[in-house]
Design a protein around this ligand. Structure first.
Ligand code: GLN
Length: 199
């Protein structure tokens, strides 16, 4: 079991620390060669989506990662990671992986309310702490995508197939539940892929 964490910019170390607490091995992805060993899942951390997008292309990571995601590799994306997955980004022509049918608004809470913390209901998990840092939220949840959490009427967590995108930062809150759920999702998907290979 090994989970890749995009480690070109942003809060990747915090995700690695959470996986460590769950006893799950991780691989920091910095260059194309890091994608050669088989991975059971992928984490796209928070940071600055424009910088991450540029680095992904410059490092030759963009196409192989997009293919991995599209072929069903489970992905947990937080904040900037959510922006990388969005099919549409409001007011911006550029998009990145665009593997999730949703529209996001960057820096949606404005500058005044740059960062804040709340507790809110998350689908099948009860109340969880949520830390927002210059976060996006989702203004359109497309067909086949599922809303997992809302804060003040705004969608802050979405699932589409094996991709889970969060506006907030569970890696900063010491609550391991969402990472634990993601690890189970990775385990299930690998087991399923192995069963298919045996057929
Ligand atoms: N504001 C950042 C962006 O637009 C996201 C912030 C974050 O990841 N904490 O990319």
């Amino acid at each position: 079991m090994k989970i890749g964490i995009l480690a070109v910019q942003g809060a990747f170390a915090e995700h690695a620390a959470v996986l460590g607490r769950l006893d799950v091995a991780c691989k920091e992805i910095r260059q194309r060669g890091d994608l050669e060993e088989p991975l059971d899942g992928l984490i796209l951390p928070g940071g600055e989506s424009t910088v991450q997008g540029k680095l992904l292309r410059a490092l030759g990571l963009f196409e192989p990662m997009r293919e991995m995601i599209q072929s069903g590799l489970p992905v947990l994306a937080t904040c900037a990671g959510m922006i990388l997955l969005a099919g549409e980004i409001e007011g911006q022509g550029t998009r990145y992986f665009a593997t999730m049918p949703m529209t996001v608004r960057r820096n949606a809470y404005g500058r005044q309310l740059g960062s804040f913390r709340v507790e809110a209901e998350f689908a099948d998990a009860g109340k969880i702490p949520m830390t927002f840092i210059r976060a996006p939220y989702v203004t359109r949840v497309g067909e086949g995508a599922l809303t997992l959490a809302k804060v003040d009427g705004h969608v802050v967590a979405v699932r589409f197939k094996n991709q889970v995108a969060l506006s907030f930062h569970p890696e900063l809150d010491g609550d391991l539940r969402l990472h634990r759920r993601f690890v189970s999702m990775c385990r299930e998907r690998t087991a399923q892929a192995e069963r298919q290979a045996l057929r």
